[in-house]
Design a protein around this ligand. Structure first.
Ligand SMILES: [Zn+2]
Length: 181
């Protein structure tokens, strides 16, 4: 079966949710949610922020979106994931966010991984890993640390190349602006 969004493979129906958007079939899968997180990251880049974007998914639906706003808000804690977790608590009226999965374009830092543990996020899915300071298993494993009250399930590498390319092109343009200025 082929839809407007490319090849639709029926066998994926088993694990993926499907819905109809503008008359065409769309797969509700990890790539779809990461693509939405990438759109958020692009909003950050357009505002001159390091391009990191995130979406929150519950029962197969996106319930909130956020992107890095450290420069705009002049706040070092305004990472996409922390903004998202705060918004989710307001939205649900609960600090416990169990049953919610976060999709984020880059592996979370120590602060964001800690916030995910404390808010009981069920699972984090990230795009590009961060060998230097990623804390979902790369540099540190905060999300899986047995001493924590809660462990967050982790899946990495979804649309990794797209996430890396957005980051690379952002820093290329920053360098170019510096050289021209
Ligand atoms: Zn962070």
């Amino acid at each position: 079966m082929t839809g407007a969004h490319g090849n639709f493979r029926e066998e994926r129906n088993v694990s993926d949710r499907v819905y109809i958007e503008n008359g065409s079939m769309v797969l509700f899968n990890e790539e779809y949610f990461m693509r939405q997180a990438l759109l958020c990251a692009e909003k950050a880049a357009a505002a001159g922020e390091v391009p990191v974007g995130a979406v929150a998914v519950r029962d197969g639906r996106i319930i909130a979106r956020a992107w890095n706003q450290v420069e705009q808000l002049k706040d070092a804690t305004a990472h996409a994931e922390v903004l998202l977790i705060s918004a989710l608590s307001s939205l649900t009226g609960d600090w416990r966010l169990d049953g919610i999965d976060l999709y984020v374009t880059k592996e979370p830092c120590a602060m964001c991984a800690g916030a995910m543990v404390n808010s009981r996020i069920r699972r984090v899915v990230f795009g590009m890993g961060d060998p230097r300071s990623g804390c979902a298993g790369s540099a540190l494993d905060i999300t899986g640390f047995p001493g924590m009250l809660h462990q967050v399930e982790v899946t990495g590498g979804i649309l990794e190349q797209d996430c890396k390319e957005l980051m690379r092109s952002f820093f290329r343009s920053v360098r170019k602006q510096k050289n021209e200025g």
